[in-house]
Design a protein around this ligand. Structure first.
Ligand SMILES: [Zn+2]
Ligand SMILES: [Zn+2]
Length: 690
């Protein structure tokens, strides 16, 4: 046996085969290179926008179309191109036979996918949003088009089925006198615009679903943008009830990137024309777009946290103007921006008549004046007064009761019982809090327990708790109503729904569950806390949060706010007049020349870079440059060492009419800085908070 001979006998054959393979491969490669090098005769030029951040590269670049790729290269597809010696991703935005480039064009490197994911309408929208916010269109496109999943592209999208028989879709809108004309215009193919003041107790997901179905019956697609995935789930379910599961998709982060891309493709391919989603859904490439809608525009989740920080309300407004789609902004509260849309007569109001409002909910206020509250707000007896206790009891005889309390947790702040000095950690000076009824005081920053705390000012050992959370509130209510189940819903333990049984639900703002049939009573505790502070939107945000809670009441139910009956925010709630309150806020902003009466931009970065930019920029003559501002408040609790860094923040303010000119000037200045490779500065136009 000569094992080594065995393979040796085979060897010449193998060598021959490999050589032949190699020759075939080389021939194939040559042919491919030739085809790639060979530029197609018909429409050989494409304009490509690149996925590059520097502002001065934020424009179209021309490339030549190789014959081998010609079939798939259309506006909207992803390609790879050679740029400055590197392979760069981009989108084809134009194909034709002309170029302004002198000399030979480089060929496209690769057609990544033949899916048209960036439609011309969305591409132009991205440009308009970049111009509005003085950002780069590449950043906006990253918000608009989700990352590719090649496997998902191989699966065809299920075709849009025939519409099921639907009854009168607009019955639910009938109580709103102005709605009939609005929906008739949508059916006729027009682009009417409205601010919808939803009445308390309204099943708003059902009304939005009916609106999208109505548009689809007229052959028009819709985009419904909602603050979070819980809202998306509610509208998803309402649409499924109305049309079945196969006429809409949901676009949000929860289902994961592959599922998200699959749903996005169904929209891009035109087999689904109703999109329900969060922020990025505003850019969905819906075919035959006829309606864009935003729910609860005051919710901060509608403000994009990534550059250039666009707000859904504005993105959809631009989209409605550009594509002739109807615009609907709905909410229980009202933002000053929504008020502005009405004042400018850009939109009409859709609201309930006064008498209908009165029949839906009765809102009262229980409490002392602000002055008395300030004196005595630490007294527990005043926190849940007799009237509130009676209201809870009245509600429990009829169904579930919602108690809204501003903060999650047990006792969030502690102070000396005698001198009211805030209680602080001996290790790091952080604030002390209680996490439960039988735990010792603990530092909120470093978690050091302080079982033997005594006041460094006066020596007293007793503590009081000026700010109480939902857990402590549930304890108190449990003691008041020992036979009644008390549940909490906040932050990490959110309940989405509860049944119609009698119970008390203690929830923080935004975490309130929906009760089957609605809550019999809604009680708002610690309203002073929601109003405390000097943020620009403090009172507006308080009214929004209260209105959203009160709106969960069943028709004919009651609501009671514990607070200062003289405060205009609570008076607006009692009259259910968020529109009036927004108008009042807007006129105050007008006097103070704050947004939306003015448009502002904040510029932050290294002091030299900020000064340099502001010297360079060609602002309108009406512009004021103010600052430097204190560093932006850190998001979240903030703790020791919240890093301010050496960041300089300036503010540019112009009258609203010059807003676009300001944005364009800032955008141009950023381009110049980028081309000269100067230090970056962070620019934010119309920040939701200053
Ligand atoms: Zn003290
Ligand atoms: Zn500490």
């Amino acid at each position: 046996m000569r094992p080594s001979d065995e393979p040796a006998l085979e060897l010449p054959g193998l060598v021959r085969d490999r050589a032949a393979e190699g020759r075939a491969k080389a021939a194939h490669t040559r042919a491919r290179n030739l085809a790639e090098a060979e530029i197609v005769d018909e429409d050989p030029v494409v304009g490509v926008v690149l996925d590059l951040t520097p502002a001065h590269l934020d424009r179209e670049f021309d490339y030549a179309v190789p014959a081998a790729m010609s079939d798939g290269v259309r506006p909207g597809v992803r390609v790879k191109v050679r740029f400055a010696g590197q392979d760069v991703d981009g989108f084809v935005v134009r194909r034709g036979d002309s170029t302004s480039h002198d000399g030979a064009l480089a060929p496209l490197r690769r057609l990544v996918s033949a899916e048209q994911v960036l439609t011309p309408a969305v591409r132009e929208l991205c440009d308009a949003v970049a111009a509005r916010y003085a950002g780069t269109a590449a950043d906006v496109r990253r918000l608009a088009v989700p990352p590719r999943h090649a496997g998902v592209e191989k699966v065809p999208s299920a075709p849009e089925p025939a519409l099921p028989a639907v009854g009168d879709l607009l019955t639910a809108w009938a109580p709103y006198p102005a709605a009939g004309a609005f929906w008739a215009h949508v059916a006729a193919g027009d682009g009417p615009r409205a601010v919808w003041a939803a009445g308390p107790g309204e099943d708003w997901p059902a009304l939005l679903a009916a609106a999208a179905a109505h548009a689809l019956v007229a052959g028009r697609g819709s985009i419904l943008c909602l603050p979070d995935h819980r809202d998306v789930a509610r509208v998803d379910s309402a649409l499924t009830t109305l049309l079945g599961p196969d006429h809409h998709v949901t676009l949000h982060a929860e289902p994961g990137p592959a599922r998200r891309y699959q749903d996005f493709l169904a929209v891009a391919r035109g087999t689904r024309r109703i999109v329900v989603g969060t922020r990025s859904a505003a850019f969905a490439p819906v075919h035959d777009l006829g309606l864009v809608a935003i729910w609860d525009d005051g919710d901060e989740l509608h403000a994009e946290p990534r550059a250039p920080y666009p707000h859904v309300r504005d993105v959809l407004a631009l989209r409605s103007e550009r594509e002739g789609a109807a615009y609907l902004l709905g909410s229980f509260g009202r933002s000053v921006e929504a008020d502005q849309l009405l004042r400018r007569r850009w939109a009409h109001e859709i609201a309930l008549p006064r008498e209908t409002l009165r029949s839906r909910v009765l809102v009262g206020v229980s409490g002392a004046s602000e002055h008395a509250l300030r004196r005595d707000r630490f007294a527990h007896s005043a926190r849940i007064p007799t009237e509130a206790r009676d209201a809870v009891r009245w509600g429990l005889e009829r169904g579930p009761v919602l108690v809204q309390t501003p903060r999650a947790g047990y006792a969030l702040r502690l102070a000396c019982e005698r001198c009211r000095e805030p209680a602080r950690c001996s290790a790091c000076t952080g604030p002390l809090s209680l996490t439960g009824p039988s735990t010792p005081p603990q530092c909120r920053w470093c978690a050091t327990p302080e079982p033997d705390w005594s006041c460094p000012e006066c020596g007293a050992r007793g503590l009081r708790a000026p700010v109480l959370g939902d857990a402590r509130t549930a304890d108190e209510l449990g003691r008041m109503f020992p036979k009644v189940p008390v549940v909490t819903s906040s932050r990490d333990r959110i309940r989405d729904r509860i049944d119609a049984a009698s119970r008390i639900v203690v929830a923080t703002p935004g975490a309130e569950p929906v009760a089957e049939g609605g809550f019999a009573v809604v009680v708002l505790l610690d309203t002073w806390l929601a109003l405390a502070g000097d943020r620009l939107r403090q009172a507006e945000e308080a009214v929004r949060r209260w209105s959203n809670a009160v709106a969960l009441v069943r028709p004919g139910g009651r609501a009671l706010a514990v607070g200062d009956p003289g405060h205009p925010a609570l008076q607006a709630l009692v009259r259910w007049d968020p529109g009036g309150f927004a108008a009042r806020e807007a006129s105050e902003r007008w006097e103070a020349r704050l947004p939306p009466a003015a448009r502002i931009a904040t510029v932050s970065g290294a002091p030299g870079a900020v000064d340099d930019l502001l010297t360079l920029v060609d602002l309108p003559s009406s512009a004021e440059v103010l600052g430097p501002l204190p560093p932006a408040a850190p998001r979240g609790a903030g703790g020791p060492g919240a890093d301010g860094g050496d960041v300089h923040r300036m503010l540019v303010r112009v009258p609203t009419a010059d807003g676009q000119a300001m944005a364009e000037a800032l955008q141009e200045a950023l381009r110049l800085r980028s081309a000269r490779r100067l230090d970056p500065v962070r620019l934010q136009v119309d920040p939701p908070q200053i």
